[in-house]
Design a protein around this ligand. Sequence first.
Ligand code: 13P
Length: 260
Amino acid sequence: MNKKYRKTIIAGNWKMNKTASETAAFAAELRELLPRRPGCEVVLCVPALNIPTAQKALKGTRVNVGAETMHEAASGAYTGEVSAAMLSDVGVKYVIIGHSERRQYYNETDASVSRKVCAALAADLTPIVCVGESLEQRKMGVTMELLAYQLLSAFSGVAEEDVRRVVVAYEPIWAIGTGETATAEQAQEVCAHIRALLRKKYNATVARGVSILYGGSMNTANAAGLLAMPDIDGGLIGGASLKPADFTALVEVGGKADTE
Ligand code: 13P
């Protein structure tokens, strides 16, 4: 099966949750619960301020502590922002780019997402690029066209040899934090579309090596069904990543899906 060409990734996105003390407590619990060899790539994206705390508390585990966003410029007068080099220097590997909440509340556009993807790759980071439609767009029947635009914009500066260093996350906005998940079939349809777009822009070998995650109310009850789909290679998980037991259960599902 083509899944053997790519990693299964279970990634948490904490958003603006947990203080440093809460991060340390979470990590201590997670250390106890998490299998030593998870069988899939495990990523936990936390608020920038808590990255060192999480790294220290998870040292020796397979958890990659990642970031939730970054600025596209190398350095300069951008008060409050964090650069790719800053993340890379503290040992971060993964960074979420273009989450719908960043697009909605902080005016991130397809153009800035594209610049951030290039900046992340240049700093040896793996961007997790988020794409996804709103409920209104889905109802209008423009999901596939919109996704094509978002995806091709995000990859517009990515050379063929760098594509496998990019992870894509399909996150339908209507499924984020709502408890309403896309059905496995709905998510598969879009993830297959994303892979087909990469095949067309690059080639089949490149496309089959890209991990495409689903995000939006993924939980312990629906994860196995989603990850069983041929083009869904993991999850980007908000709410359920905040509890060590739930996150561990999702990692276990990811580990099983990877060996199937
Ligand atoms: P929920 O899992 O809370 O719906 O959040 C999904 C998400 O936005 C992950 O980036």
